[in-house]
Design a protein around this ligand. Sequence first.
Ligand code: GLC
Ligand code: CA
Length: 550
Amino acid sequence: MDSNGDGIGDLNGITSKIGYLKELGVDVVWLSPIYRSPNDDNGYDISGYREIMGDFGTMEDFDRMLDALHAQGIKLVMDLVVNHTSDEHDWFKEACQSKNNPYRDYYIWSRPGEDGGPPNNWEAAFSGSAWEYHQPTGEYYLHMFSKKQPDLNWENPKVRAEVYDLMRFWLDKGVDGFRMDVITLISKPFTPDGRLPSAAIVRDGFLQPGFSMVANGPRLFEFLREMNREVLSRYAGLITVGEAPIATTQQGNELTDIETGVLDMIFHFEHMEADYAKGIDGGKWVPASLDLIEFKDIITRWQVELHGRGWNSLYLCNHDQPRPVSRFGDEGLYRVESAKMLATFLHGLQGTPYIYQGEEIGMTNMPFSSIEQCRDIESINMYRVATTVQGKPPEQVLAAIRAKGRDNARTPMQWSAAPHAGFTTGVPWIEANPNSKEVNVDAALADPNSIFHFYRQLIALRKSNRILVDGEYSLLLREHREIYAYMRTLGADRWLIVCNFGAGSPEFSLPNSEHFTSARLVIANYPLSPTHEARSFTLRPYEARIYQLL
Ligand code: GLC
Ligand code: CA
């Protein structure tokens, strides 16, 4: 929410909407980075860790927002972006002065490779080599993201001390925890002679994906244990969630183990990749439809393997993902039904659910018709490489951005039917979705059957039913291609969650092994007659039900 008409959402805008968050029932707000930043990557390139980005307000605005959240019983989790800084951070500016500057070793530098080019074959997440040549000192620096995001050298104890210090700065202000940006990338796989080896070649003649080389590096646990000892363990009741690309369930368990873990939970990406095209020519940008069985297998593996040991985070969206109703549901005819179905699916699982702004009113992807409308460096760089180097038709590349681009999640929050979705009285930094006339908070609050009120009910259910927190998960009907059904069990209590992931009308039938004498309907996204059948029934498009089996 933009409070001053400059077209950019800000801290005072958030403060003005805390009542809305409270009504929804949220306990914690996770804020994307609000620190000083030249904004090469929407604030994930920080040039001042103890300062607020001017566009977003002042430190006084921040303090007021934090107090106002706490007054409503809502905690605040800040984004901690410490795999890299901005190239405009003073540390990096110093590091560039000379090879023996005291800050040189805050970053990762390397002599050119044998051929005079980059030191290895890694590709950065936002296209191009992960190495940028620094002419004046004749060395390359590593950046796993954009070249304006140089990676910090965690081998250097001074870097770690700086990070712990800035964490204490925010915790001393009273923030309640951190969402740690790409935290599993911080330990790089240096060879004994200090080099970073090339990745195995999976695409002949091209750069190779670098993430597989740096994820879960050799000293990751040691660093996070140290962070716990030096910082986290000194504050009570913190929440930590680590972003963990390429994490397996085993790593998920190790990181979040209730006894020996170093984080409360992680964001893994496996289910977010279930609709990626497979193979080396596949990936995020190649259109592919969701294989529901694969999706179930992934979710089930995380549910079953972490139960009783680690802890899951549950999400279908965030600032890096397209809108779930467009991606896994139906943004047209069944927008309301499918958004509620996805919410039911997510809130029935074990773990901590994350709702991304606008998900609770069923905001959809943006119909981008030109690259000029996009703001995200990932999409813009990909578009440039795809349409020039790879010679792909612009329309095809735009279609991929419409389906998967991160800007889908970054268009203005749709508050009302007013111009620019009621987000700003000025011109927004990125266009609002034209469907804001129908899809907006005002309309959602006024309609008792809205997606918003359905989310509110699901959140309330989790707060009053232990089974949703602690109950064991078991998958039903694994082979079914349209229905995702599962049980939660806690002692003698059993809940059945049935979700139709498609627009068809499949038959659901509870396996005979599950006995019950009566079924209490807990929540559903379609009207049902009081005498309806609960053991077998025909599902309507995107229908979802939760029953308690008695
Ligand atoms: C994480 C953030 C993403 C950012 C990247 C680099 O994946 O969620 O938005 O671009 O890290 O910081
Ligand atoms: Ca503003």
